[in-house]
Design a protein around this ligand. Structure first.
Ligand code: SF4
Ligand SMILES: [Zn+2]
Length: 311
């Protein structure tokens, strides 16, 4: 049984990292996403290869595609160039770096100018960051861009006993303050919210705290929330599952929190459908239910539920 979570405990159970190359992004894709003004636009997402995030959250598996050493200068612009040469035109670009864009060892600040030049054809740029990595370097980067800037930050959960155990090293007040600072700088914020974080194992409480966390994110000034059903697969999550400290969410619970968050009418809500089959135990209704969630992501409306003998 794991009694205390530290960086060392998280690392102890990890499987091998993937082999990555700092001259290419580990993934890039084009998708559609609804914007703040309700229009649906093309979004290019580039998953950059860079130095691993120094925070080692219990539920995170993003470290798999990261480097152990600081990212060399020039590598990030090269990766962006590589992806943009292969991606179609789009209105919005997301630079997701499995960590924090404003961590200078992950994305060298020396490269900001080159990065902003490469993104000059986009209307809106989204990066991800940790709520404690806030400072004047953010407005500086915003001023270099030709576009508006949005930052995605993990709030994860506001459960007072669970958030401190995630090793995220934030309080909900840190998230609130960071969002307020960014909003004052005319930077939009989207929040990542977990459904079924480790250490919360009552199915009803999981729904309740996910919704409370979405509400808190909107009250803090976020314009969008992404709900992430927590998966195992990073080593320590399997251990926590064995000891009964983590239970995977059901597809029905995910549908419930997504529907109820959309009904709050406070801003956009997205439901993460990556690896969704992990949460389904019925082959008959899985595909139509996944399609429904994808359509709800785009329309931001609650669509009629899928009937099946299983439910
Ligand atoms: S801050 Fe984000 S990237 Fe870093 S370990 Fe936590 S969840 Fe993963
Ligand atoms: Zn079914």
């Amino acid at each position: 049984m794991i009694r205390q979570i530290t960086n060392k405990t998280v690392e102890k159970y990890r499987p091998q990292k993937a082999e990555v190359d700092h001259s290419i992004p580990y993934l890039y894709l084009n998708e559609k996403e609804v914007q703040k003004d309700g229009t649906v636009q093309d979004v290019n997402t580039i998953f950059l290869t860079n130095r691993e995030c120094p925070f080692k959250c219990v539920m995170c598996d993003l470290w798999r595609h990261t480097l152990d050493k600081p990212t060399p200068k020039g590598a990030i612009p090269r990766q962006i160039e590589y992806a943009l040469e292969r991606l179609p035109n789009a209105d919005v670009v997301k630079l997701y770096n499995s960590g924090n864009f404003f961590d200078g060892k992950a994305i060298p600040r020396y490269d900001y100018e080159k990065i902003s030049d490469l993104l000059s054809g986009y209307d809106h740029v989204i990066v991800e960051n940790h709520p404690r990595l806030i400072g004047s370097f953010i407005p500086k980067f915003r001023d270099m861009l030709n576009s508006s800037l949005e930052i995605a930050m993990g709030l994860e959960t506001i459960h007072p006993k669970v958030l401190p155990k995630l090793n995220k090293q934030i309080t909900k007040e840190d998230f609130f303050e960071a969002t307020r600072f960014l909003n004052q700088e005319e930077i939009d914020v989207r929040a990542f919210i977990l459904l079924n974080p480790p250490f919360l194992t009552d199915p009803k409480e999981n729904i309740e705290w996910c919704l409370k966390s979405v509400e808190f994110a909107f009250d803090s000034g976020c314009t969008a929330c992404s709900i992430i059903p927590v998966r195992d697969g990073n080593g320590i999550m399997e251990e926590l599952k064995k000891s009964g400290d983590y239970i995977p969410p059901t597809l029905t619970a995910l549908e419930t929190v997504f529907e109820r968050s959309l009904q709050m009418n406070n801003g956009r809500v997205f439901c993460d459908v990556w690896d969704l089959e992990k949460f389904s135990d019925c082959d008959v209704c899985f595909e139509p239910r996944k399609k429904r969630l994808e359509k709800m992501n785009l329309s931001q409306n609650v669509l009629p539920g899928i009937n099946c003998d299983c439910n």
